[in-house]
Design a protein around this ligand. Structure first.
Ligand SMILES: [Zn+2]
Ligand SMILES: [Zn+2]
Length: 130
């Protein structure tokens, strides 16, 4: 195959894509116009939107649940260690106040903690909500 043939094929491919993109745009425009003027189609489209929003919400809440579980587990692990005496409360890493809280930057790593006094602990959480 000569490089010329190759070149022609590439061009044909590009041309095909360009035509198709135009066709798709026109098709979508026509479809949107049809939906907007046909109550049943409009209702179906709204219904689809509602369903996808609901699905999205459910997926989201599954994710939140998993995250909350990880959070509860991570906190329980630290609490148990402190109770058993295998972990001693540290001082706030910012201001040095003793008996600080154990703070998790990442609940999926329950053993990775930072010690923070109530004030700096609050600040750390204010930051991660941003
Ligand atoms: Zn924390
Ligand atoms: Zn502090």
């Amino acid at each position: 195959m000569s490089s010329n043939t190759h070149q022609r094929r590439l061009e044909a491919n590009r041309e095909w894509k360009r035509r198709n993109a135009e066709k798709m745009r026109e098709y979508n425009k026509a479809r949107a116009a049809l939906i907007a003027t046909t109550p049943e189609l409009l209702e179906r489209k709204l219904q689809q939107n509602r369903e996808s929003a609901k699905r999205h919400y459910e997926e989201r809440s599954e994710y939140d649940k998993a995250r909350n579980r990880a959070k509860t587990n991570a906190r329980a692990l630290i609490r148990n260690r402190i109770k058993r005496g295998t972990l001693l409360r540290g001082c706030c890493e910012v201001c040095g106040v003793p008996n600080a809280h154990a703070h998790h930057d990442d609940y999926s790593q329950p053993t990775v903690i930072r010690w923070l006094c109530p004030k700096h602990h609050k600040e750390a959480h204010a930051n991660d909500n941003k």
